[in-house]
Design a protein around this ligand. Structure first.
Ligand code: TYC
Length: 102
């Protein structure tokens, strides 16, 4: 949008700022007890990954300690974290999943 300075009459460009909702990273944490295949299953079931994608990302978490498994709106991220934590708890695995603002 053009803005004209009242004194000088000089037109300057100001960039219109588009409002975007904040995004949240969903993080999966490594531990020593959760079976690898259980983590793979979680990534397929709740994050829509193929078996190969899920296996690859599970190995990243296993080796590095943590990885971003997806980026979502606050509401979707909260739902994913709750689904993972609930599923892990029901199967008595200590798997941890958290979210943080991007
Ligand atoms: N470290 C686990 C094992 O050796 C596997 C694992 C991977 C656990 C990723 C959690 O988020 C995780 N069985």
């Amino acid at each position: 949008d053009d803005q004209t300075d009242r004194e000088s009459g000089v037109a300057t460009k100001t960039r219109p700022r588009t409002q975007r909702p904040p995004l949240y990273k969903v993080l999966l944490l490594n531990d020593d007890y959760t079976p690898m295949e259980f983590v793979v299953h979680i990534l397929e079931r709740f994050f829509g990954m193929t078996h190969a994608q899920a296996f690859e990302l599970m190995l990243v978490v296993h080796k590095k300690g943590v990885a971003v498994v997806g980026v979502f709106s606050h509401e979707v991220a909260e739902t994913k974290v709750a689904q993972v934590m609930d599923f892990a708890r029901r199967h008595q695995h200590p798997l941890q999943c958290t979210m943080e603002k991007e």
